[in-house]
Design a protein around this ligand. Structure first.
Ligand SMILES: O=P(O)(O)OC[C@H]1O[C@@H](O)[C@H](O)[C@@H](O)[C@@H]1O
Ligand SMILES: [Mg+2]
Length: 220
């Protein structure tokens, strides 16, 4: 078999923390007088904390309103709310289909890496009880460019000791699919068809993720 590695996004793929990011940004937006809706939120998925804040400020026409240190405080405010929202995560918060997919990957001897832009990723993996399932975690603080740049997926493959052509990337973000495709990996998209239109293989939600179907679609 050619495929030897799976590289996963976390938020919105393994657990529904994408929803918590949305709520925390929406609340911060309210404090700044910027209305954030679900459509705009699609453009925030996969984007680092500070880059998300910059996008929100530009969207609200307030790009020049805050100093760098004020932006640090705003981002810390959002993260404070987010950290509270993830406090009670347990293994029951794995999205449907993910426990089985992880079992099937293990049984197939396929290695796993995490390619999340979130600095909260490791603590979430711990609370979900799946840290030991991952062979590698890409440290987002060491990246020079965030998604949609391919760097995080390229690093994931390197850390696993694999070629890009031997890996499959799984994402729920437009920026994430662009990053996987840019890394020349087969991309699996979870979400609505419009946001996931660039993915090589698409499912509407995680309960439809099947290792066998993904491998078939990838030509195995
Ligand atoms: O603020 P954190 O936890 O470091 O997360 C950074 C980014 O992580 C990504 O996984 C999320 O899709 C983004 O919404 C989020 O902004
Ligand atoms: Mg995501």
């Amino acid at each position: 078999m050619t495929i030897k590695g799976f590289i996963f996004d976390l938020d919105g793929v393994i657990t529904d923390t994408a929803e918590y990011h949305y709520h925390a940004w929406k609340n911060l937006g309210k404090k700044m007088g910027i209305e954030i809706d679900r459509e705009f939120n699609e453009k925030l998925k996969g984007i680092s904390r500070m880059d998300s804040l910059e996008r929100i400020l530009a969207y609200g026409g307030k790009a020049d309103r805050y100093t760098d240190s004020e932006k640090e405080l705003l981002a810390a405010d959002k993260n404070g709310e987010y950290v509270k929202l993830i406090e009670d995560i347990t293994p029951a918060d794995l999205l449907p289909g993910i426990p089985q997919l992880l079992l099937d990957l293990k049984a197939s001897g396929i290695k796993l890496a995490l390619a999340s832009a979130s600095k909260n990723g490791p603590v979430i993996l711990d609370r979900l009880g799946i840290t030991a399932d991952f062979d590698e975690i890409v440290d987002p603080s060491l990246l020079t460019k965030g998604k949609p740049d391919p760097e995080i997926f390229v690093k994931g493959a390197q850390q696993l000791g694999l070629e890009a052509s031997e890996c499959i990337g799984v994402e729920d973000a437009e920026a994430g699919i662009a990053a996987i495709n840019g890394a020349h990996m087969f991309s699996v998209g979870v979400g609505d068809p419009e946001s996931m239109k660039e993915a090589d293989y698409r499912v509407a939600n995680t309960s439809e993720l099947s290792l066998q179907k993904i491998l078939e679609a990838a030509g195995e």
